[in-house]
Design a protein around this ligand. Structure first.
Ligand SMILES: [Cu+2]
Length: 217
C-alpha cells in the first residue's frame, strides 16, 4: 500500500547515520558458560575496526559502573576510547577502584569512597582494563575500550553457548570484525567484513580456545 511505503521511506530519512548493519551469531567453544552470579562469563563484545583509516566519530556517550551489593555492575562494560565512566558507590561500605591494564600490566588507583559518592575516569586508550577493589578482593569487572563506536555486547545462552548480535548504523567500508570474551581473550584473528549502505552483512563468529575468531559466511 502507498501509505505503508511512504511511512517506511520517512523512517529511513529520519535515521541520520543510516549506513549498513553487520549481524550474525557468535558462539564460544568452551565447556560451560556461567550465566548467573557476580563472576559470570556470558558477555561477548563484538566490534568492527575500520580498515580504511578514515577518522572515527568522537565518543559521545558517558557510562556508569555501579558498585552495589559488593559487585561491579555491569561485569563487562564496552566503551569507545575517550568515554568518561562514572564509578558510583551504592553500598554502605567503602569501595576502592583500581585498574589493571591487561595489555601492559600497568595499574592505576583512582581512590576509595563511600556511599552515594562517585569518581569519574576517562579511558583514552583502547584495550582491556580489569577493574578491581582493594577492599573486596572478590570484586572484578572488565572495561573493554574500543577505538571506534561500532560494537555491541551480547549475552551467551547457557545451553547453546551462542548469542545473536547486530551492529547497526555502520558507515559503508571494509572492517575487521573481532570478538572479546573474558575467558578466551581474543587478541588476533580478525575477520574481514564489508559493510554496504542499507544492507545487512551476515557474519557468524566462533571464538575458540585457540584464541582466535573464525568467521563463517
Ligand atoms: Cu569494594
Amino acid at each position: 500500500m502507498a501509505t505503508t511505503l511512504a511511512l517506511s521511506a520517512a523512517g529511513i530519512a529520519v535515521s541520520a547515520s543510516a549506513g549498513g548493519t553487520v549481524a550474525g551469531t557468535v558462539s564460544v567453544e568452551q565447556a560451560a558458560i556461567r550465566t548467573e552470579g557476580a563472576k559470570h562469563d556470558r558477555d561477548v563484545v563484538l566490534s568492527l575496526i575500520r580498515k580504511d583509516g578514515r577518522s572515527l566519530p568522537p565518543a559521545a556517550a558517558r557510562a556508569t559502573m555501579d558498585q552495589r551489593g559488593l559487585v561491579f555492575i555491569p561485569h563487562v562494560l564496552a566503551i569507545q576510547a575517550g568515554t568518561t565512566v562514572t564509578f558510583l558507590n551504592n553500598d554502605h561500605d567503602q569501595h576502592n577502584v583500581y585498574f589493571l591494564s591487561d595489555e601492559t600490566g600497568e595499574t592505576l588507583d583512582i581512590g576509595t569512597w563511600g556511599y552515594g559518592a562517585s569518581v569519574d575516569h576517562t579511558f583514552d586508550r583502547p584495550g582491556t582494563v580489569i577493574t578491581l577493589c582493594k577492599l573486596h578482593l572478590e570484586m572484578a569487572a572488565y572495561i573493554v575500550v574500543m577505538d571506534g563506536p561500532y560494537f555491541t555486547t551480547v549475552q551467551l545462552d547457557a545451553d547453546s553457548r551462542q548469542a545473536a548480535f547486530e551492529i547497526p548504523d555502520v558507515p559503508p567500508g571494509d572492517y575487521l570484525l573481532t570478538a572479546w570474551h573474558k575467558k578466551l581473550k581474543q587478541k588476533g584473528g580478525q575477520a574481514e567484513v564489508t559493510v554496504t549502505e542499507g544492507a545487512t552483512t551476515m557474519a557468524d563468529v566462533v571464538v575458540t580456545k585457540a584464541r582466535y575468531a573464525r568467521v563463517q559466511r
